[in-house]
Design a protein around this ligand. Structure first.
Ligand code: F3S
Length: 282
């Protein structure tokens, strides 16, 4: 059986950087915490926990120690609280998310009302929005943007994982809502690149294995995209969830993984597929 790994799979730049920073902080010892799980990979969170890194839900629970800020950032208020409490801060906010936060701040300072294209419930968006000093609106689509009030100066920033088409729709609506418009293209292409690579992969194989946290939005999306092309698509978190019957009659199996899936888990899955194939052929 041939195993084909998607051209782009697994950790994106920001998640890789955040994970490395977290493991480095864990190695230093001392009381170390993350605000929420560092990434959407229960296995990475568990590994860090085994090294003494605890997950906190609220900074209120902490008075001393090291706090690791995850790749999608925190609100300006949370950051200020960490500084005020004199915690050791390991800021693993992805530089692309940081850029979006900075744009919101500078647009606000320059008197623009800010429109953030994204999911209002997502912590990344809540962080980005918190940097606005004046009016700020979160819209999920062009239809929602059509309901915005009239403004004189509008600044648009997008959540990093938004699609370009959605940003375009919102911008088109904003053109009708204000007389001056400034747009920052803050979309990161890591998600789109992984989806395109997954589509290419699904077209070439008889079965696709998608690896990543069941709580990871981008992994779930990868599994959806693949299953639209190849019905024999299976989403797993770890190698032990792989079922031999999935590979019955399969000549080529494709493997892809979400942006928060570590390489060691991808390697374990590939080894398991090789083992199943070996067992099958006696
Ligand atoms: Fe950063 Fe893009 Fe990953 S914004 S965290 S590199 S998906």
């Amino acid at each position: 059986m041939e195993i084909i790994l998607a051209k782009q799979a697994g950790f994106c730049f920001g998640v890789k950087r955040a994970t490395q920073m977290a493991f480095e902080a864990a190695d230093m010892g001392g009381q170390t915490f993350t605000l929420g799980p560092i990434i959407h990979s229960p296995q990475v969170v568990q590994k860090l926990e085994d090294m003494g890194v605890k997950v906190l839900n609220d900074l209120g629970e902490l008075d001393t120690g090291t706090i690791i800020i995850r790749s999608h950032g925190v609100t300006s208020g949370e950051l200020e609280e960490a500084v005020r409490k004199e915690l050791e801060i390991v800021d693993a906010t992805c530089p692309f998310v940081k850029k979006a936060q900075e744009h919101v701040q500078s647009l606000s300072c320059a008197g623009y009302d800010v429109v953030v294209v994204g999911d209002a419930d997502h912590p990344e968006v809540q962080g980005i929005v918190s940097y606005a000093m004046g009016k700020v609106y979160v819209v999920g689509s062009g239809d929602e943007a059509a309901k915005l009030p009239r403004m004189s100066k509008i600044g648009v920033v997008a959540q990093t994982t938004q699609s370009f088409e959605n940003l375009e729709d919102v911008v088109r609506q904003c053109l009708r809502r204000g007389s001056e418009l400034r747009v920052f293209h803050t979309i990161c292409d890591a998600t789109a690149v992984r989806q395109d690579a997954a589509k290419d992969l699904a077209k070439q194989v008889d079965c696709v294995i998608v690896i990543g946290g069941f709580n990871s939005g981008n992994t779930k999306r990868l599994a959806e995209v693949c299953s639209e092309i190849q019905v024999r698509t299976h989403h797993i978190e770890t190698a032990d969830q792989l079922l031999p019957e999935w590979l019955e009659g399969v000549a080529r199996v494709g493997v892809t993984a979400g942006a928060s899936t570590p390489k060691w888990i991808i390697d374990e899955v590939i080894e398991m597929i090789e083992q199943i194939d070996k067992d099958k052929n006696g």
